[in-house]
Design a protein around this ligand. Structure first.
Ligand code: ACO
Length: 309
């Protein structure tokens, strides 16, 4: 039996913050941000909390799956901007959904959180510990960036996306998956408790391309496939130059790479499932397609998942 993504849902805050808005806040320019990152605007949560955005995206995924919320056995929320020290954001989502007798926990793997979540959910479902898991990436990064630091505040955005995962007799499956970490590099990207994001951008850039290429090659090799077999790559949306360098190294043409970074910036754990949702909506992704997901983020953590959608 394979693993199937039954439904995807998103929630994006209404408030848009453009590069031109940022020009009025810090010493930056639309030209600098666009050429260095590919970002034109990002969404900013106002009243919305991390659990509220997660909950709204979950409702949308449940509706699109055609399941009843009572069919969910557990909730995993991947986030680097949890709502509280504790309880987990996942427990707050459980309360909002009104579900009882299920498990709920958060997963901390920064921008790789969604891929880590897929690996955990897949393992639990394969082991028969759960039949159906709600996996959410939800981020309110606007609350943990220093709005006076131009080197970080222009990069990130808020939002959430959910997937419903289950096993069934369909053709969908994870063909190969691999997650990695290297704690010795934690200082390249971190936020202290109750503090702001610190980042060594230039060093991260190089590690990001190298590590995602390594992970992508590993899963392709494991599945006995080559880059030409991939129908769509959905990379973590951190920087268009990182994405383009990765595509070049893997020799995958631009039309097979999904990007929406210009609209949302880096939404960390929410970035891949938001892109998955939009790729589906735009008809870029259909059942049976071979999809390569890859991410890298604070930890450092990175990984890749190859799936038949
Ligand atoms: N506007 C204008 N100038 C800026 C800004 C800004 N927003 N930010 C930095 N600068 C200046 C710097 O001060 C520096 O000026 P100086 O030369 O006078 O010292 C100059 O621009 C160049 O700065 P660099 O940091 O070297 O610029 P770089 O080309 O490396 O681009 C960036 C910076 C966009 C952060 C890039 O390094 C990057 O994307 N790195 C990856 C980091 C990342 O994506 N992190 C997110 C999480 S990790 C992940 O998800 C993969």
């Amino acid at each position: 039996m394979g693993l199937k993504i039954e439904g995807v849902g998103i929630y994006l805050p209404k408030k848009r913050l453009t590069n031109f808005d940022l020009e009025k806040m810090v010493d930056t320019s639309d030209e600098w941000i666009t050429t260095r990152t590919g970002i034109k605007e990002r969404r900013i949560a106002e009243d919305e909390t991390t659990s509220y955005m997660a909950y709204r995206s979950a409702l949308s995924a449940i509706e699109r799956s055609g399941i009843s919320k009572e069919d969910i056995d557990g909730i995993i929320v991947a986030t680097l901007s949890p709502e509280k020290q504790f309880p987990s954001t996942a427990c707050l989502v459980q309360e909002k959904l009104g579900l009882k007798d299920i498990f709920a926990f958060d997963l901390s793997a920064a921008c790789s959180g969604f891929l880590y979540g897929l690996e955990v959910a897949w393992s639990m479902i394969s082991a028969g510990r759960a039949k159906r898991i709600l996996l959410i990436g939800s981020e309110k990064i606007s609350g943990i960036v220093d709005w006076k630091d131009r080197s970080t505040c222009v990069l990130f955005g808020d939002g959430a996306a959910s997937v419903i995962l289950t096993n069934d007799e369909s053709n969908s499956d994870i063909l190969a998956s691999k997650i990695y970490s290297d704690g010795s590099l934690w200082e390249l990207l971190y936020a202290p408790l109750c503090g702001y994001i610190n980042m060594k951008g230039r060093e991260l850039f190089k590690v990001a391309v190298r590590s995602m290429e390594e992970a992508c090659r590993y899963v392709l090799d494991k599945a006995g496939l080559s880059p030409e077999d991939v129908d769509l790559v959905i990379p973590h949306q951190a920087n268009i130059r990182i994405i383009n360098s990765l595509a070049e190294k893997l020799n995958i043409p631009e039309e097979k790479i999904y990007t929406n970074i210009h609209k949302y910036g880096n939404t960390s754990a929410a970035s891949i499932p938001i892109a998955l949702y939009e790729a589906l909506e735009e008809g870029r992704l259909k059942r049976g397609d071979i999809v390569l997901l890859t991410a890298m983020g604070g930890g450092l953590t990175w990984g890749a998942t190859l799936l038949r959608f």
